[in-house]
Design a protein around this ligand. Structure first.
Ligand SMILES: Nc1ncnc2c1ncn2[C@@H]1O[C@H](COP(=O)(O)OP(=O)(O)O)[C@@H](O)[C@H]1O
Ligand SMILES: [Mg+2]
Length: 321
């Protein structure tokens, strides 16, 4: 069975990044997967070393002889064809970002042997120190250091983001390296659009944790708009600024707005960003995602208690029983 597993190292052609260090082997990931499966079975992730819960992946810390890595567990792939498409999409995204001078930390994909009709895939990256991740870094930064970082970040966003390439620019997606340069880490949801402006992301795959009846409305009212926001520097900045509220870093919002307004006003159509606009967006955004999370929990109760099925995703927060 192991022979059918594949391990793919992305970024090899990309001279901007060092080659990925050797990540966990398939055997090591299979061991991790046993623990994950157990947590899924019990709907309780407390025994796992979880670094973060995203909308689509759970981010785990894992140790090997070569060092520590993060393993981002992607939603289950129903076929090799779907996985191949996802992988091509991710490769294209990484190439596009490199071409736009966005440095991404080394990223690879490892697929486990298919089981129960689906393929489990982990996205592997080297683990970076918590103090290097945007929000934690900013908490101990001086005013000058913080301003210089936002200057770099917003310049990067303005140069990289367009109708074709989106970037989820919230601070928790960036590493501040030793030389103060920035590296991006959140690539598991490649934000790419084709010539006709249609997202290339397999939305079915990434909405799999929503009850099916809600996928169409979620798509219509939340997902498409959220994706569009990442394809315009102005709305991406709004998202970056609004998210600082969540991190308890709202004292930096005026700095972000000042820098962004200066950079974006090169476009004569730019409408000045204001603190009120950020506050309004934050409230709306928090409501949308809290609602989705509630729906997922309700679906999990339904699946587990009524349908007596294992709910196949790990959710953050309190466990409903
Ligand atoms: N390579 C990494 N090193 C250290 N922490 C990481 C790394 N990748 C992700 N994280 C942590 O996990 C969080 C979620 O990861 P991310 O890739 O942004 O997934 P999501 O799509 O769920 O937002 C990050 O905000 C960061 O705190
Ligand atoms: Mg993220």
């Amino acid at each position: 069975m192991l022979g059918s597993a594949t391990q793919t190292i992305l970024r090899e052609r990309d001279s901007l990044t060092i080659l990925p260090p050797v990540g966990p082997t398939i055997e090591q990931l299979l061991k991790l997967e046993v623990d994950v499966a157990d947590a899924v079975e019990r709907a309780d992730p407390s025994d796992l070393d979880v670094l973060g819960f995203g909308e689509i992946s759970v981010v785990l810390r894992t140790k090997t002889d070569e060092g520590e890595f993060v393993a981002k567990r992607l939603p289950p792939f129903k076929s090799k064809a779907i996985l191949d498409r996802y992988q091509r999409n991710l490769e294209t995204y990484l190439e596009e970002l490199a071409g736009r001078s966005v440095h991404v930390i080394p990223t690879s994909l490892t697929a486990l042997p298919p089981a129960n009709g689906s393929i489990t895939v982990y996205c592997i990256q080297p683990l970076r120190a918590a103090e290097r991740i945007g929000p934690t870094w900013l908490r101990s930064a001086s005013k000058d250091e913080g301003e210089a970082m936002f200057e770099r970040l917003i310049s990067t966003m303005v140069e990289a983001i367009d109708d074709k390439v989106g970037v989820d620019s919230q601070l928790a997606n960036w590493i501040i390296e030793d030389d103060d340069s920035l590296s991006y880490l959140d690539v598991t949801t490649p934000l790419l659009k084709d010539e006709r402006g249609k997202t290339t992301l397999d939305l079915e795959l990434f909405m799999a944790s929503l009850p099916w009846a809600l996928r169409a409305p979620a798509r219509r009212f939340a997902i498409d708009e959220a994706i569009d926001n990442f394809h315009h520097p102005r709305t991406a900045v709004i998202d970056l600024a609004a998210n600082l509220n969540k991190e308890g870093l709202e004292n930096w919002i005026p700095t972000v707005l000042e820098i962004a307004n200066a950079k974006l006003s090169a476009d004569s159509n730019h409408i000045q960003l204001t603190a009120e606009e950020i506050a309004k967006y934050y409230k709306q955004d928090a409501m949308t995602w809290a609602f989705m999370q509630k729906i997922r929990r309700a679906d999990r109760v339904w699946q587990r208690r009524v349908r007596r099925r294992t709910y196949p995703f790990l959710l953050p927060g309190k466990i409903n029983r």
